[in-house]
Design a binder for this molecule. Structure first.
Ligand code: SAM
Length: 352
């Protein structure tokens, strides 16, 4: 009854009704009344077959109600009408991924990244397609849960999402010049609002940890290689042979996100250089890069608190590795960065 009325309204009125009908369809979809939303949009499309908004909305409603093939037909038609709509390209990429066509999914993702380089959704989907498995934060949670470290040091806290994974009785220290915590700290957490360089220059980490060494550390601060190198060297001094240093963002997704100029979103920077450096000059270390989306998680063991090499040769090392071009990774990136399968059984064996 309501639908008949809507159809009459749409066909009889001369004034534009598209926005009202779209709004109504959105309301229906928000109430999970997908079939009603699809019928409403179908009527609108009978009058306005080239409405990209209606096609997109109907496609989403169809996808959400499990009719993915039909949804893809709507997205494909929307793409014909507007080939530069990032939302449409994302839906096509995600749809092809869900349908098992990874080649087409990748093509759409890469095209979408060129049109909307700041889209989080396209970045995350591209990472999921390329790497697969659990995101870094879930793998970090598993590692902390498995190791149950006495101490945890995190460089780069941001909202506190990763720091909060360190549960009592772990004593957890976060270092970040601009933390933006979204929840109060727990009793086992302490955050120093300063750069990691200032922290290591002015404080004694071991004293802050009550005399204990660093059991697990996570480097996720400034995303330029030379900062991560200093963070690594400063942390290693406080480790034992059995400690673990985790390094975020060392398996870049593409050249765009691996640039040195800071970007507000989707920025892994050139941390990958640190893995290449450690492989070349610290063969005593055990180095793996777990292929976690979005941009890998380095895991370094067999640390040597007495090693001076990274401190003593800092300038020379920076010069050598900053001269490496991204194209160095064109051939055999997995081999060059010691890619390790993102499978919990294998990761657990690695840290046991
Ligand atoms: C990607 S965020 C960290 C995200 C967090 N680890 C997580 O997984 O939720 C990077 C953080 O590093 C911080 N940062 C930037 N420069 C830094 C520095 N020199 N020392 C320590 N932290 C720094 C930024 O303020 C930002 O909050």
């Amino acid at each position: 009854m309501l639908l008949r009325l809507l159809r009459d309204v749409i066909s009889s009125l001369k004034k534009p009704v598209e926005p009202d009908v779209l709004r109504r369809a959105i309301e229906l979809r928000n109430q999970s009344l997908h079939d009603e939303a699809i019928k409403t949009l179908t009527m609108l499309l009978e009058c306005k077959p080239d409405s990209v908004a209606a096609l997109m909305l109907r496609g989403v409603a169809k996808r959400e109600s499990g009719r993915l093939h039909e949804a893809m037909a709507d997205f494909a038609r929307a793409e014909e009408l507007d080939p530069h709509d990032p939302h449409c390209i994302y839906e096509l990429a995600a749809g092809w991924y869900a349908l098992g066509n990874h080649r087409l999914a990748l093509e759409y993702c890469e095209r979408g990244r060129r049109i909307a380089p700041d889209s989080d959704m396209l970045f995350a989907l591209l990472a999921q397609i390329k790497l697969g498995g659990e995101f870094y934060i879930d793998v970090l949670a598993r590692i902390l849960d498995q190791v149950k470290p006495r101490t945890y040091v995190e460089i780069g806290v941001f909202r506190g999402n990763s720091l909060r994974l360190a549960k009592p009785p772990t004593l957890a220290i976060g270092i970040d010049p601009e933390p933006q915590l979204i929840a109060p700290l727990a009793e086992n957490h302490k955050v120093f609002a300063e750069t990691s360089d200032a922290f290591f220059a002015g404080r004694d980490l071991r004293a802050e940890l009550g005399g204990l060494p660093v059991d697990v550390a996570f480097i996720d601060g400034m995303h330029n290689f030379e900062f991560a190198l200093r963070d690594f060297a400063n942390l290693e001094r406080h480790c034992t042979r059995g400690s673990i240093i985790l390094i975020h963002d060392c398996y870049p997704l593409d050249q765009e996100s691996a640039g040195r100029a800071p970007r507000a979103v989707n920025w892994s920077g050139d941390i990958w250089r640190l893995i290449v450096l450690l492989k070349k000059y610290r063969p005593d270390l055990s180095i793996s890069t777990i292929g976690t989306p979005p941009t890998g998680l380095g895991l370094v063991r067999n640390l040597d608190p007495n090693s001076r090499f990274l401190f003593d040769h800092n300038d020379r090392l920076c010069e050598e590795f900053l001269a490496l071009d991204y194209s160095y990774l064109d051939e055999d990136m997995p081999g060059k960065l010691n890619l390790f399968p993102n499978e919990w059984g294998k990761i657990r064996a690695l840290i046991e």
